[in-house]
Design a protein around this ligand. Structure first.
Ligand code: GAP
Length: 443
């Protein structure tokens, strides 16, 4: 089944149905930036809400924040990003193409030959990934600020604020969803790697010495999260970072990887960041970033286990995993098998025909369902076509109002995945859909 999905098919469906468009398309587009259309923004918001609920509400001891994108430039000196957040860049002297040296295949790296034209490559030079801008009208060294390359630092610099104002006790977590920016040398694969993206990060503050235990705990939690999101288990795996891959701040790190059409790739990082970040901020700001255990009266700098997921990258995971094609009435049907919890539209409502009061009746039913579900009303074209249009955007349930509805107050409830249909009394519709969402299992 997985062979059916290609990046071309996903990209084209996203454009055609209003999930994702190229940024500034009317001007020829800006490479590596994307805009979320009416269905894309619904999907992205639902994934964000799902993550937020899983990572804050469903735990006793995780709170949220929303920090500013622009931060004091010292933050990035302390975090190590100014000195270390760099990739090795090489240029082809012939065709002028640019590559990340560490991503070149061994043969090209060794022979310094361009994979595109065979020309000679320059020596690698380190290129910092942070976007620099300036604050205020005068652009000089004192006005430099960076667009944050990760949301995590907004959490660390607020560690003391949160401890002092929200009565959290170690172990506890702080979660955040927000934009991050990286001047990536190579961007490809649609929304997989972009210069502007969104992260969903959670920093879990623990007692030093308990890091291995909590690391294992979060690894398990995070893989289960993707299964709850409806992602197929056999498409997920862990990859442990070897010594050459570890980020400068990490003692141990695992990536959650998903099998995209272009192969297994990272979708989330789980990192043991030790006391590195809080320790660095203590040094740079001169204020102790530590924690007092009120029971033992012990004061210490907490260790941090971080779970760092890309929201925009997760949109691609969900789209790639949901994409399917099957046969329906002798035609190929394109269907997105989203989990109903995150589908942009939950219920499509269709009068069989517009006349004889069926359209009015259907509209009334749709208005009632709107209170609880995201709905879409459609009376245009043959009913089969209307079903296909909803299948293609992943709407899990369809309701058809017909002449029988006028006689006995029942409608047809159609299931996207199986295309099966059952009759349901209008008074029981909401409860039935609610139950179906709860019990949903992908076939
Ligand atoms: N705070 C730790 C951190 O930022 P990371 O492994 O560099 O760790 C975490 O990034 C996640 O953020 C990645 O697993 C990915 O999902 C997402 N991400 C990173 N760079 C990205 C980019 N250029 N475009 C889209 N998503 C990106």
């Amino acid at each position: 089944m997985s062979d059916i999905v290609t990046m071309e098919k996903i990209t084209s469906l996203c454009k055609r149905r209003g999930f994702i468009y190229q940024s500034s398309e009317i001007y020829g587009g800006l490479s590596s930036a994307w805009d979320y259309g009416p269905l894309g923004v619904e999907l992205k918001n639902r994934i964000a809400q799902f993550w937020w609920k899983e990572m804050t509400q469903l735990h006793d001891n995780i709170v949220g924040i929303d920090a500013a994108i622009l931060m004091h430039p010292k933050v990035w000196e302390a975090s190590g990003h100014v000195a270390n957040f760099s990739d090795p860049l090489v240029d082809c002297k012939g065709c002028k193409m640019r590559f990340r040296e560490d991503q070149l295949e061994e043969e090209f790296r060794k022979n310094k030959k361009c994979p595109n034209c065979g020309g000679e490559l320059t020596e690698p030079r380190m290129f910092n990934l942070m976007f620099k801008t300036s604050i205020g009208p005068v652009q000089d060294a004192s006005s430099v600020v960076y667009l944050r390359p990760e949301t995590a630092q907004g959490i660390y610099v607020n560690f003391k604020n949160v401890v002092q104002t929200s009565r959290v006790k170690i172990p506890f977590g702080i979660a955040q969803i927000g934009k991050a920016f990286r001047n990536e040398i190579t961007t490809k694969n649609f929304i997989f790697r972009t210069c502007e993206f969104e992260q969903m990060e959670m920093q879990y503050f623990i007692k030093p010495g308990e890091d291995d235990k909590w690391f294992e705990y979060w690894k398990k939690e995070r893989i289960e999260y993707y299964e709850k999101l409806g992602i197929r288990k056999n498409k997920l795996r862990f990859h442990q970072h070897g010594p050459n891959e570890l980020a400068f701040y990490a003692k141990d790190a695992y990536d959650v990887e998903y099998e995209f059409p272009f192969g297994f790739s990272e979708i989330e990082g789980i990192h043991n960041r030790t006391d590195y970040d809080l320790g660095q901020h203590t040094k740079f700001c001169g204020k102790e970033q530590n924690y007092l255990d009120e029971e033992t009266k012990e004061r210490f700098v907490p260790y941090v286990i971080e779970t760092s997921a890309g929201l925009t990258r997760q949109v691609l995971v969900v789209l790639a995993d949901a994409y399917d094609e099957d046969e329906a009435q002798g035609e190929t049907r394109t269907v997105l098998r989203f989990h109903p919890k995150i589908a942009p539209v939950t219920v499509g409502v269709f009068p069989l025909v517009k006349k004889d009061g069926l359209a009015e009746l259907a509209k009334k039913i749709e208005l009632d369902l709107r209170e609880e579900f995201s709905t879409f009303y459609d009376h245009g074209g043959a009913i089969g076509r209307r079903y296909r249009r909803q299948d293609e955007i992943g709407t899990p349930y369809g309701i058809t109002i017909d002449y029988e509805t006028k006689e006995n107050n029942t409608v047809t409830l159609r299931f996207r995945d199986s295309m099966e249909q059952v009759r349901v009394n209008v008074n029981e519709l909401s409860a039935r859909i609610r139950q179906e969402i709860k019990d949903y299992k992908r076939s």
